[in-house]
Design a protein around this ligand. Sequence first.
Ligand SMILES: Nc1ncnc2c1ncn2[C@@H]1O[C@H](COP(=O)(O)OP(=O)(O)OP(=O)(O)O)[C@@H](O)[C@H]1O
Length: 641
Amino acid sequence: MGESGLNFMLCRDIGFSHAVLKCIKVWEPEAWEETVQYRRLTLGLHISFSVFNEADSHRFQQVYIGSSPTSRKCVPQTSPVTCEDDAAQAGRTDPHPDTFQVYHSRGQICAKRTDAHSHWGVNLAPEEPTTPPPLQQDLDRWQRQAKEIAVSQHLFLTGEAGSGKTYLLQHLKENLHDAHIAVAAPTWKAASRLCGTSVHWFAGVNVGKLEASAEEALLFIQSRQDSEAVLDRLRRVKVLILDEVSMLCPTVLDNLEQLCRMVRDSEALFGGMRCIFSGDFMQIPPVASRTLAFEARCWKALFAEPQQQQTLLRQHRQSEGEFYNFLKRLRYGYLHETDIGLLLAASRREGASEWLSMFATNEDVEKVNASRLRRLEGEAVSFDAQDDFHPDVTVQSRKELEVGLDEQCPRQLVLKVGAPVRLTHVQNSEATHRGMEGKVIGFEDRGPIVQLDGGGGTRTVEPRIGAYIQSEAGGPRLAVRKQVPLALAWATTLHKAQGMTLTHAATHVSKVFQENMGYVALSRVSSHSGLKLIDRLDSMTSMQLRNWLDRKLCQACPKASAFHMNMLNEQDKSQIERGRSEFRQLLDNDSIWKRALRDAGFVDGAGYRYSDSRPDWAVHQYGDRCLKCGKTGHWRADCLE
Ligand SMILES: Nc1ncnc2c1ncn2[C@@H]1O[C@H](COP(=O)(O)OP(=O)(O)OP(=O)(O)O)[C@@H](O)[C@H]1O
């Protein structure tokens, strides 16, 4: 490794005996401000500060600096530290500071005085890692930086899963003071996290119109009974917040842009709205498009300046270094051979039968939830939603709004005593929060009685507003649905899980059908111990395991990778390239592959017969029905009954 530095500065003007020194230390992917205590020693200064350990980004390390008789001194240090070039200048508060450069070189941490060639009163010694500080509850440095752009310019906000994109959008929605902020996302489900609308609702058109052309969309709007209201809404919006833009087809984006110009009678992009888009192209792409939103014609013009594409670099979801680094590799479609051990351990994990299961297809989710509910003894009790509409909403609009409400909150909820449930739309408080899990233990007139996990106690869950739709932030609620805020918690789809943060989840990868789905499947949980792989890796042959890794789990979209890698520094880029080429060697070279499997504790299984196709030999040998439930369409190993 070359010489990368952690620069810092001393501020002598603030006193020696017991003073406070404000430094900004920058480490990738984190930077933070910290107050450093220093005190005078017999021969000089004694400074201690924390640095991130580069190999394990979530552990801190204490570095002590004492006296030194020369202008440069190195001490053994196994963990490299890095920082941005200008870190030494950050936080400078006095005109005559002693300045130093601290850097990592050939397994050592070195300090060099940079303002003079003389000795200094400091020495250097590393200490044992300590635990990281608790997560900040306010915006992190990158979120704050992105916010600064968002207040006056178009912004594309990106970052890996869990970097706090949606969190920042919520903050912007609440804190930008522009009069009319519209919040939208490609699907109602994605929009529901920010209480916004689907992109089609925002545009005032049915699905299909924006896909066709801006002209067709405008004709449709003009044919609506409430066309004036729709046009008025489109004209008033000053800021458009668009979440999960990575799930939007570029044609739809371009047509929307043109529609806004036409409606607002302005040649400016989006007719002069300020656009704040957010998304991660390394997550699930649009279902019906081979092209991605950044290929839209308007994209380059919108985000022409480098500062208008901001990457959030702090991880807020995972705090374990090993698991976090594993996910960083998976994001770019490669793994290390030692990662096989992590996967096997997740596949062998016991005691996960009550965890939320995530599947690629709706079919599997419905099967699991329905079959588990059926199997449960006892009477089924159903709860019907209650919908209210704003008096100005027309009959035509009401139907469209109902579709939007249906996607966010069920019209009918069926439960039984003993069913695991998740709180879906409660107000977060000290006692309860969204995502909290529990079990139905009874029913009363007001609603189901639920025993909440984790000391949440027992409570009757009464219907409350589960979804509402506003055409713009602060505007009237056009439709409101009340429903019991519970969902069956046995299973969900990966598409719905995109954006979720979970403590525990069981996930199925073998049936993923789009690139990047493997990454989304594994990156929802905050720790490895909370992850169960439903795929029976142990039952696979080594060849099947290789195919599963290569064709299912590690399928990263090349176009999206290239887009995101373009925003990385050269060091990260070459690390990814190297990792990918080593991964290919691992998969292509029998002896390396076998050694890796042996080291990971893999024992060649009997053969996992999952396949979308039905090879003749298998049908001949086993018939074309599942040997467990007798149905066609899946093999025994995939049977969810
Ligand atoms: N500044 C912050 N302080 C405290 N918690 C935060 C902060 N930013 C994000 N979080 C929390 O981190 C978790 C992940 O954040 P969020 O869902 O916004 O990430 P994301 O980048 O949108 O993820 P994904 O791409 O998977 O949708 C959430 O639980 C969120 O509340």
